[in-house]
Write a protein that binds this ligand. Structure first.
Ligand SMILES: Nc1ncnc2c1ncn2[C@@H]1O[C@H](COP(=O)(O)OP(=O)(O)OP(=O)(O)O)[C@@H](O)[C@H]1O
Ligand SMILES: [Mg+2]
Length: 147
């Protein structure tokens, strides 16, 4: 059975559902569980500076993003904890989401990748988002797309 499961989370309700399924499965089969978020580095462009000034935001925008990433992973970890997973860890990477998820799962030696069917995108009527579509095509291990 599965020994190492990577579950990709982006803060969407679909990804949270994927985290639930991955956690329940990991608890049942005694697999190690890794939650992965691929974050986007923010460039301090003139637009970002103007937005921050208008909203009276101080500090680095990366800080806000890091806080968000932490929240996403904390939520997933809490889910694993509720399901009784003893070995849930988290990982943050940057890059193109699909390629980074696939490369991470490969290098971690995962035998199952779990994703939501959709994410934070708002294109209505699509059954699969571009990340879940790409990951399913490119991954070397088994993928589960949670609906
Ligand atoms: N940046 C990310 N980091 C980790 N996992 C991600 C990331 N983006 C997407 N995922 C994973 O992929 C699943 C599907 O999200 P996807 O981005 O494909 O859908 P979408 O946002 O609805 O569509 P699109 O991004 O193409 O507009 C999510 O539920 C999550 O499991
Ligand atoms: Mg998306």
């Amino acid at each position: 059975m599965f020994k190492k499961i990577v579950c990709a989370v982006d803060g969407s309700r679909h990804a949270l559902r994927a985290a639930e399924v991955a956690s329940e499965l990991a608890a049942k089969v005694g697999a190690k569980l890794i939650f992965l978020t691929v974050a986007k580095p923010i460039k301090m462009t003139e637009d970002v500076k103007r937005y921050m000034a208008a909203e009276h935001l101080t500090g680095s925008p990366q800080y806000v993003l890091d806080e968000l990433t932490e929240q996403i992973l904390d939520e997933a970890k809490a889910c694993a904890h509720r399901c009784g997973v003893a070995k849930a860890v988290t990982e943050v990477k940057t890059g193109s989401p699909a390629r980074t998820i696939v490369a991470f799962a490969d290098s971690a030696g995962a035998d199952l990748l779990v994703l939501g069917s959709r994410g934070l995108g708002d294109l209505e009527g699509m059954f699969l988002g571009s990340v879940s579509h790409k990951v399913t095509s490119l991954a070397k291990c088994t993928c589960m797309t949670v609906k």
